[in-house]
Write a protein that binds this ligand. Structure first.
Ligand code: UFG
Length: 333
């Protein structure tokens, strides 16, 4: 019989792509989501528990109805800017919800967890590309919550034998190749979907948050990784744990950096639409450059990126943006 896997935040962007990868690999994922930012349709035919991680009762219902071999934990607040304005929301919800989840896992003898962490745990790195030995010095509350949860996981392993893989993503981007699921946040703060909004409307101006960074063209450099590659890494991390592999933290990125202006140019090439630009003030807490050294993930998980060229990322995101995303927005909720 297929192993049941609890996926918190399975109706969200990265969670839903991972849910599909798990189904394709023969697992039986169960989606747990409060639909505060996710979409019910993203979970497809997977069993769905509408629940709040803050409520032990909701978790108990899910754990009582299934026998989970492992948990993949995505559900989290994930907006850097918001985390500055409302640190309580981030520290309170992200951390307490992870503790609730670990408590429920403990009650039901489930001791394997793949955790959705972030390169935001590093803060502003001394150099790029950065590997996992880079000191964790988060510069915003969001990144700090991810760092604290990684620490909590280490303590739970020592005390309760919970093994975990923390996946530190760089910039998740792109959409499913069949165009049925992709990125949709409200409000949208991420660079690529914001640029695609302008291309779709053939109206608006790309805001560049600072062009005086110490980079070749003065704009920030990020490592964009295709969401399908992230989903494959979650699957590989799960298989690593199920096979008895040790706990670890792994960077997930393509190893290539692209400046904001390079992304604007790629969006113009892919869409065939000229994107006018305006330079705005720097956004607080933006490191000049973040590029992953993801060799450890390659070694531990036998994983590599396959879809993370900027052209493929923008192509799939554009396809979703024009088609699937439009259908979702016009559908009744
Ligand atoms: N940017 C612009 N204009 C925009 C939007 C973004 O210039 O309209 C710039 C940002 O300043 C940044 C780059 O484009 O330099 C990418 O910005 P995103 O908002 O798309 O992504 P971030 O790099 O801010 O965020 C990502 C993840 C977070 C994670 C963070 C770590 O989405 O989860 O990296 O720094 F915390």
């Amino acid at each position: 019989m297929s192993q049941e896997i609890l996926v918190t935040g399975g109706a969200g962007y990265i969670g839903s792509h991972t849910l599909r990868a798990l189904v394709s690999a023969g697992f039986a994922p169960v989606c747990f989501d409060d639909l505060s930012t996710g979409f019910r349709s993203f979970a497809g035919a997977a069993p769905f528990c509408r629940g709040d991680l803050a409520a032990q009762r909701d978790l108990e219902l899910a754990f009582a109805a299934h026998t989970f071999a492992a948990v993949v934990h995505f559900a989290s607040h994930a907006l850097v800017e918001e985390s500055y304005r409302n640190p309580h929301k981030y520290y309170h919800d992200n951390i307490l919800n992870a503790l609730n989840l670990l408590q429920a896992m403990g009650r039901h003898g489930c001791r394997l967890l793949v955790f959705s962490s972030s390169c935001a745990t590093y803060g502003i790195p001394p150099a790029v590309p950065m590997d996992e030995s880079t000191p964790l010095r988060p510069v915003n509350p969001y990144g700090a919550t991810k760092m604290f949860i990684e620490r909590i996981l280490a303590d739970y392993e020592a005390a309760h034998g919970v093994r975990s893989v923390s996946l530190r993503y760089f910039n998740a981007a792109g959409a499913a190749h069949d165009g049925t699921i992709g990125e949709l946040h409200r409000p949208e703060t991420h660079l690529i979907p914001r640029l695609l909004d302008i291309a779709l409307a053939q109206d608006g101006v790309a805001e560049i948050y600072g062009d005086d960074y110490p980079t070749a063209d003065g704009t920030c450099i990020r490592d964009y990784i295709h969401v399908a590659d992230l989903a494959a890494a979650h699957l590989a991390a799960l298989e690593h744990l199920l096979a008895g592999g040790q706990s670890t933290a792994l960077n997930l990125g393509s190893g290539r950096g692209h400046s904001v202006r390079e992304v604007v140019a790629q969006v113009a090439r892919t869409t065939g639409i000229r994107i006018p630009e305006v330079v705005k003030a720097r956004r607080s807490g933006d490191p000049p450059a973040l590029v992953a050294d993801a060799r450890k993930a390659g070694l531990v998980l036998s994983w590599r990126t396959r879809h993370s060229s900027l052209a493929e990322i923008v192509e799939t995101a554009w396809n979703w943006h024009r088609n699937g995303r439009q259908d979702l927005q016009s559908a009744p909720s």
